[in-house]
Design a protein around this ligand. Structure first.
Ligand SMILES: *Cc1c(COP(=O)(O)O)cnc(C)c1O
Length: 239
């Protein structure tokens, strides 16, 4: 059984130390506890020690666990938010809006338009918080807007009335050493600065960094880090 409280204390300390190195406050960094493959009872145990934001990368998995989780989490007295952090297919957009509070993985203008339309039906007057996923590594294997495409389409996305575009998100390359991820994180931050100078409706959030490299991401300005294994332990190998 994982000691969730001790792991949380250690992670928050590592974030505070990294923030200090980046001359920032660790309190400005939100942790998304990534609970893909984790069963509801363990997610509720993590909520009980204070994690209040969870992330998963699939709509179906979140849907399958949602009923169990609602009761288990409520029993701890915690109130938690859910972030979608994986690719979203058009035909699952409606379900995603029902199940998640923030969609971090908006990666095309078509998806943005579809989410805007459905959010206008499902939650009129309450714009849906989203992040725009950017592929700053020029990696053809990765999801996300190419930076040039994002620059071109940004104003059209920001004009969608039922989305609140809080900032940018990226998934770094797989690297051997955490330090190698730094250029990716610095690139996302400078893309954000460039885009925000052009259109101030883009929010300042930067979601970047995972278990292996979140300290580097915080040093480079992350406001959201997405941490799975360092909280819940290793996931089963993909079968
Ligand atoms: C799984 C996942 C994470 C968390 O990865 P860990 O290495 O377990 O911390 C973060 N972001 C995304 C998009 C993921 O799919």
């Amino acid at each position: 059984m994982t000691d969730f409280a001790a792991a949380r204390t250690a992670i928050l300390q590592r974030i505070a130390d990294a923030a200090a190195r980046g001359r920032r406050s660790g309190r400005a960094v939100r942790v998304v506890a990534v609970s893909k493959t984790v069963e509801p009872a363990r997610i509720a145990a993590a909520a009980a020690v204070g994690w209040d934001t969870f992330g998963e990368n699939r709509v179906q998995e979140r849907a399958a666990k949602a009923d169990d989780l609602a009761g288990l989490v409520a029993a701890t007295g915690a109130v938690v938010a859910w972030h979608l952090i994986g690719p979203l297919q058009a035909n699952k957009a409606r379900r995603a809006i029902e199940l998640y509070d923030v969609i971090e993985s908006v990666d095309s203008i078509d998806l943005a338009r579809r989410l805007d339309r459905i959010a206008g039906e499902l939650r009129p007057g309450r714009p849906l918080p989203v992040l725009l996923q950017a592929n700053v590594d020029d990696d053809p294997a990765k999801a996300g807007f190419e930076p040039e495409v994002l620059e071109r389409e940004l104003s059209a996305i920001l004009a969608l009335p039922n989305l609140e575009v809080r900032g940018l998100m990226t998934v770094g390359r797989l690297v051997e050493r955490a330090e190698e991820a730094r250029p990716t994180f610095a690139a996302l931050r400078s893309l954000s600065e460039r885009l925000r100078a052009r259109d101030g409706r883009l929010g300042p959030e930067l979601s970047m960094g995972m278990s292996g490299d979140f300290e580097i991401a915080v040093e480079e300005g992350a406001t959201i880090v997405r941490i799975g294994r360092a909280i819940f332990g290793d996931r089963p190998a993909l079968g």
